[in-house]
Design a protein around this ligand. Structure first.
Ligand SMILES: NC(=O)c1ccc[n+]([C@@H]2O[C@H](COP(=O)([O-])OP(=O)(O)OC[C@H]3O[C@@H](n4cnc5c(N)ncnc54)[C@H](OP(=O)(O)O)[C@@H]3O)[C@@H](O)[C@H]2O)c1
Length: 366
């Protein structure tokens, strides 16, 4: 199963909106074939492994190790459970069950009904970690949100005048490219677009296609000349449905996504702002699994306050940006230490001179 997980990782940047899945066929303790899901629309991992057998008869009596429950429904390809039954495997060992409502245990049932022994849960946690976005989208109808920030030792993400390029070194910035590449969408706020005019694309050698780029922009202020709008790939500008769209933006290459205003912001007491829950539901409806956020403190703070951050990834550079620098999270003042948001460690690693820390907000556990 550990090998099947390694194989699944090969599809890290290419399977969305499908999950990353690997499969190993074994007999008498030896691997006889392996496969992984390479691309949405292409064959699933089980079918790839079966096709890799020199002699199709060799599957008879073999054990299939699969990182995700074999599908039982006709999607873009026929059910993998049927392919395993037809191939005559004796046993299927599954790491994680598929939360997709059209599978969700039905794959296991189908295999058992055909007399095939099934076990689930082997390296289940590691297998689920391959697909945090797919799993959350199936279970909760929203994507997995990873917030990336580059900050100084004094917790600032830009100078007081807004300049932030570059806080971290080339090694950290290269690492960010790999995280962008695995995401279904890259999300920023209009504040960052106005200040930095970022590209927000993937610039990895050999990488094909681009994640969806999303600008959260309640009052449709995105300049039609923004750099990101002219680059290959789709750009979505998410604004408030009741706000007028300027003509230039309406005829720009951007796709406009009108959304409701966040509760409490439409009443005139606060500036009208996009409802971030509605935004995430809209991105899930577009089959976005992982959303990679590179925004300023306003949007990062609002996402955190809305309970929509699943992972925080912060690159800390060994420098100071000064007390008028911009904070990583703009949050309402806290008056009680007991109410301070807490985080659990995922990992930490050096990239050149910068330290990358990854954390999980504790509210995800409650
Ligand atoms: N070091 C880093 O990692 C990093 C990364 C990105 C940016 N930055 C820096 O951050 C600065 C920009 O920060 P920022 O906070 O102004 O930009 P931001 O967070 O990217 O964008 C903020 C804007 O998003 C819009 N928005 C729409 N819906 C919202 C909602 N529900 N909640 C909050 N905001 C919402 C708001 O404008 P509307 O009300 O008009 O919609 C808000 O002003 C720049 O100096 C940039 O260089 C640093």
């Amino acid at each position: 199963m550990a090998r099947a997980i390694e194989l699944a990782e090969r599809g890290m940047n290419t399977t969305a909106p499908n999950p990353r899945v690997g499969c190993v066929l074994a007999r008498d303790g030896d691997i006889i074939a392996e496969g992984w899901h390479e691309q949405a629309g292409g064959p699933h991992a089980e079918v790839m492994a079966l096709a890799a057998l020199e002699d199709p008869q060799a599957a008879r009596g073999a054990i299939a190790y699969v990182t995700l429950e074999p599908c039982s429904h006709h999607g873009r390809t026929p059910p993998c459970a049927d392919a395993l039954v037809a191939a005559g495997v004796a046993e299927v060992v599954i790491a994680a069950t598929d939360p997709n409502p059209s599978v969700n245990g039905a794959g296991v049932e189908r295999l058992r009904a055909a007399g095939i022994a099934c076990r689930t849960g082997l390296l289940g946690e590691q297998a689920e970690a391959l697909n945090p976005g797919f799993i959350l989208r199936m279970r909760e109808g929203r994507p997995f949100v990873r917030v990336k920030l580059a900050q100084s030792l004094d917790g600032r993400i830009a100078l007081g005048n807004g300049a932030s390029q570059w806080i971290t070194g080339p090694e950290a910035r290269a690492d960010v490219q790999a995280w962008r590449a695995r995401a279904s969408a890259i999300l920023t706020g209009i504040g960052t677009v106005a200040m930095d005019d970022p590209s927000l694309n993937v610039r990895l050698e050999g990488h094909e296609g681009q994640p969806l780029r999303v600008i959260v922009d309640s009052r449709w202020r995105t300049p039609a000349a923004a750099r990101t709008l002219a680059l290959p790939g789709e750009v979505l500008v998410a604004g408030c449905a009741d706000e007028p769209v300027p003509d230039l933006l309406a005829v720009s290459p951007a796709t406009l996504l009108p959304l409701p205003a966040a509760p409490g912001t439409a009443a005139g007491t606060a500036p009208v702002r996009v409802d971030l829950h509605a935004l995430m539901a809209a991105l899930a409806a577009r089959e976005c699994n992982e959303v990679h956020v590179e925004a300023g403190g306003q949007l990062c703070g609002a996402l955190l306050a809305a309970g929509l951050v699943d992972e925080l990834m912060v690159y800390i550079a060994p420098c100071l940006l000064g007390s008028d620098g911009l904070p990583s999270f703009v949050l309402a003042p806290l008056e009680d230490m007991a109410a301070r948001p807490g985080f659990d460690w995922i990992d930490r690693q050096m990239f050149g001179d910068d330290l990358r820390i990854r954390l999980r907000p504790q509210y995800r556990d409650s």
